[in-house]
Design a protein around this ligand. Sequence first.
Ligand SMILES: Nc1nc2c(ncn2[C@@H]2O[C@H](COP(=O)(O)OP(=O)(O)OP(=O)(O)O)[C@@H](O)[C@H]2O)c(=O)[nH]1
Ligand SMILES: [Mg+2]
Length: 436
Amino acid sequence: MSTFLDYAKVNVKAGKGGDGMVAFRREKYIPDGGPAGGDGGKGGDVIFVVDEGLRTLMDFRYNRHFKAQNGENGMSKNKFGANAEDLLVAVPPGTIVRHSETDALIGDLTEDGQKVTVAKGGRGGRGNTRFATHKNPAPSISEKGEPGQEFELTLELKLLADVALIGYPSVGKSTLLSVISNAKPKVADYQFTTLTPNLGVVKLDNQREFVVADTPGLIEGASQGVGLGIDFLRHIERTNILLHIIDMAGVHGREPIDDFKNIMGELTAYNERLLLRPMIIVANKMDQEQARENLPDFMEAVKAYSIEHEIAIPEIFEISAYQKKGLTSLLERTYEMVQELDFVPLEEEEAVDFVHYQLEEEQAPFEIHRLDADYYLISGEKIEKLFAMTNMAHDESIQRFSRQMRSMGIDQALREAGAQSGDTIELSGYQFEFMD
Ligand SMILES: Nc1nc2c(ncn2[C@@H]2O[C@H](COP(=O)(O)OP(=O)(O)OP(=O)(O)O)[C@@H](O)[C@H]2O)c(=O)[nH]1
Ligand SMILES: [Mg+2]
């Protein structure tokens, strides 16, 4: 099927973990209360989940920011803060998710209900109870919650038509597409107005949409390359459901049942498996008196044809695309079939398992840049995270951070880079003095 790509850029931010608490027991008969600060709760993840009712990324044009809640802070009396709920964001099947910055693939979301975590919530900071040791039974150390991950993501969706409108030239395929979808295809009373398929999104309501394509008119011999030829049969290879449009009024002097049979013959000649695709017959131009007269015989003949060829008798919907009549029941039924049916491939292909890519692991723990003779910048995900989780209100927490820097090898690296006591070190926008 001819496709077009739908793109969207979104910002996702997971919740920060709740801060750990510094608190001490103050109970009546316990004079020297031990530590009693609880841990913070975990921040919410941002999770994409496939909703097969969705077909496009249209909604993301208006709603681009997705932020999960922060975890609750820890409390006194060793009470833990509550974990925040994850934020679920519905995406259509076929959505490919990448990091905008690196282009790294995060997920290829295909199956209904499939989930991928696109930003992990931070863990809760530990309260001071967790830092108690024999040597330091009542520490004033607690951690702040870990920041949640934040990314800009690019979503990409190859829009495939669920439904193709097929039929002879001038039966009203493009007219129908124009009245049921956002597409504005050219409509005219001469044959082969449509030269390449047009895609449109039919939106029944907020949760239910599907993609429809009109196609260039087919004529007898199309499967052999007559008319616009075989190319256009190729266009329907990837669509689920065929809406076979019939000019019931026979405006161009052909019998509706002959049109039906000829097109069925072309489909069969092209690939017999096409007949396994569900088909609805759309009797169009029912605003014409001739159409009313033709309908009963047509229905009988379709029934006989189906029995003879051992195919399911297609349902027939009467409409006037021109007067916009009969459209709702046709679209409701079409949507139902889109939901129910599995795609019938033209070749027996093997099902491809969906691929699930993990978020990248953390990079190098830190980098040091000498910005000036006595001025150094430290950067890196891990060290910045440790810093963000340090509770600067307590000296003991700051001392712990210094120890962490040392054990990560940062002091040594600074020394090797030429840093001396008294030089300025910048980290996450804050400045410290280097003390060797
Ligand atoms: N009376 C009547 N005319 C219709 C109706 N639907 C379409 N037409 C007319 O039929 C003609 C052909 O319509 P199109 O929508 O261009 O037909 P098409 O099937 O897309 O034709 P191709 O692109 O050439 O294959 C136009 O003049 C339409 O106005 C209808 O419900 N009633
Ligand atoms: Mg057309």
